[in-house]
Design a protein around this ligand. Structure first.
Ligand code: AMP
Length: 220
């Protein structure tokens, strides 16, 4: 059983690295942001509760987030383990998490702020199938269209310059202290997130002493 938390500033590649890590290791990727986005897209009650907060780039209340994480982890569909992405984001959430689960490692993706802005503001999302793109490093084959389902790509409502500033402020004020908390109890691995996704993945695997990463050949 492998239980990891992935942390890092917006745009540092938490989602991408979680997916690469989960793929061949049979881990389950638990992204709190994805759970919320799914609920917003499907107009659920939870979606209605978080939609405005998310669009403004602000944090959802701890009570709500903790109940979503508790429900998700109690589903126990993660026989081989999980990668939690986007949680915990403040001291209270970290205490809640550490009381309930033992963690094998915390992956901390580090990225300079000018690169964060460059990456986040060029991010695009398929609202239909959830596929992520980046106009710098990971362009869709056909401009503005999803490679998988052909739907028109959109900008995430919280990827505006204003919302990004709010998220960066929260990250530095509230989320960075979580790393100090984890640093006392768990093993925090600081990983440079600036190389390519494949290189970053290999560095993560080396740091966590996991089986080597086998990149999937790119379709041209
Ligand atoms: P993410 O995709 O991780 O950047 O999350 C998108 C948005 O979901 C955040 O900007 C918050 O509004 C909300 N969110 C996700 N995770 C949390 C969390 N742990 N605590 C509070 N809000 C969260």
């Amino acid at each position: 059983m492998r239980k990891f938390v992935i942390m890092g500033v917006q745009g540092s590649g938490k989602g991408t690295q979680s997916e690469l890590l989960c793929g061949d290791l049979d881990l389950v990727h638990i992204s709190v942001g994805d759970i919320f986005r799914w609920n917003v897209k499907n107009h659920t009650k939870l979606g209605a509760q978080v939609r405005r907060t998310m669009a403004a780039g602000e944090l959802v209340s701890d009570d709500l987030v903790e109940s979503v994480v508790r429900d998700r982890l109690h589903r126990h569909d993660w026989n081989y383990g999980f990668v939690v992405d986007g949680f915990p984001r403040n001291g209270r959430q970290a205490e809640f998490f550490m009381e309930s689960f033992d963690i094998d490692g915390v992956i901390h993706l580090e990225l300079a702020e000018d690169e964060v802005r460059r990456r986040v503001l060029s991010r695009r999302l398929c609202p239909n199938c959830g596929m992520d793109y980046n106009l710098i490093a990971d362009r869709p084959r056909l401009e503005g269209r999803c490679d998988i389902c052909g739907h028109e790509l959109v900008t995430r409502p919280d990827d505006t310059p204003e919302a990004l500033e709010a998220r960066l402020r929260d990250y530095h004020e509230k989320t960075r202290p979580v790393l100090e908390l984890f640093g006392r109890k768990e093993v925090v691995h600081d990983i440079d997130a600036s190389p390519t996704a494949d290189e970053v993945q290999q560095t993560i695997r080396d740091a966590l002493r996991l089986p080597p990463y086998k990149p999937v050949a790119q379709n041209s």
